[in-house]
Design a binder for this molecule. Structure first.
Ligand code: FES
Length: 70
């Protein structure tokens, strides 16, 4: 997925919206938001610094899973 704007979501680890998208779409089937968060975190290391982006990342992942964010 291409984004016109690709904001940095996690400042600590410099993880952008498309990084999260790519990590999320490495597999076809989604499980829970928590599970997907773990996978995205492993792939991108987002939210492993100050943790301040945790809710934002969770929100983005759930929106992506629901096909609401394109
Ligand atoms: S902004 Fe993501 S861990 Fe600090």
């Amino acid at each position: 997925m291409e984004y016109k704007e690709n904001p940095i979501i996690c400042n600590c680890m410099q993880v952008s919206l498309s990084d999260i998208d790519n990590a999320l779409h490495q597999h076809e089937k989604f499980s829970s938001v928590e599970e997907e968060f773990k996978r995205v975190q492993e792939a991108t290391h987002c939210s492993t610094g100050c943790g301040g982006c945790h809710d934002k990342v969770m929100d983005i992942i759930s929106q992506m899973m629901n096909g609401m964010l394109h």
